[in-house]
Write a new protein. Structure first.
Length: 248
């Protein structure tokens, strides 16, 4: 598999991609349009809407991020950090609703954590042209086994990691300590290997195949990150900060 020490991940990412927080109405609209294209049109997981945008009851208290292809300027992917609703802090996050019966609350109980310090990464979506490898066609984001390469043909999953690091950056800025996510067990294993400290917290559930509820403890993320991957995370932090500064 890919050895991150064998490449300058920061420069390779910077030459190809940019993480953009959706700090304006127009940028949020871009995220909703990508989600509609992927979840409604490509995969049929949500009903099509005449206005061509996919959003739900969590978006009013979520921060969207976008991934832009540098050469073309095209937005090719998105994700969101769903925080708890300040008006109703006990209202469950999506994973709390979907995984209530499978969570191992001896490992971590989101119900007793300070609600203002937890969030969930969800609605990852990548447009079809960047999900072209075998096994990715029915996935909202590129996460087939090929996305991580083989021992003979290693590959780094820039798009997937860029989206995860983008959400982690936004969450840190918002004072979040724990980010939860539903992910494939093998993807979680690969993310662990390349430097994202992600831990399972319950039994699998069925959603586009087997998914396992997991947590990323942000206070550990940077300290326990693979040193070769840390400059990539720092680059994404800088990209997000520049976007906020430009917005004023």
């Amino acid at each position: 598999m890919f050895d991150p020490a064998s490449a300058n991940l920061r420069d390779m990412f910077r030459a190809r991609f940019e993480v953009v927080p959706a700090v304006s109405t127009a940028l949020r609209d871009q995220a909703f349009r990508i989600r509609h294209q992927v979840y409604c049109e490509d995969l049929g997981l949500e009903p099509r809407r005449d206005h061509g945008r996919e959003f739900d009851e969590y978006d009013p208290h979520a921060t969207q991020i976008l991934l832009r292809q540098v050469e073309t300027g095209e937005f090719i992917g998105c994700a969101r950090a769903v925080e708890t609703d300040s008006r109703d802090p006990l209202f469950p996050l999506p994973f709390e609703r979907d995984c209530d019966e499978v969570l191992d609350r001896n490992l971590i109980d989101p119900g007793i954590l300070p609600r203002e310090h937890i969030a969930e990464i969800s609605r990852l979506a990548v447009i079809a042209r960047y999900r072209h490898r075998k096994g990715e066609e029915r996935m909202p984001y590129g996460a087939s086994e090929d996305d991580f390469g083989t021992d003979h043909q290693p590959r780094f999953p820039y798009i997937l990691v860029g989206l995860y690091f983008g959400v982690a950056t936004i969450s840190l800025l918002h004072g979040i300590d724990y980010v939860f996510v539903l992910t494939e067990p093998r993807v979680a294993q690969h993310l662990l290997r390349i430097g994202i400290d992600i831990a399972p917290i319950g039994r699998p559930v069925e959603y586009l195949g087997s998914r396992i509820p997991s947590v990323i403890r942000l206070e550990r993320l940077i300290d326990e990150m693979n040193p070769a991957v840390r400059p990539l995370f720092t680059e994404i932090q800088a990209q997000v900060q520049r976007a906020y500064e430009q917005q004023g």
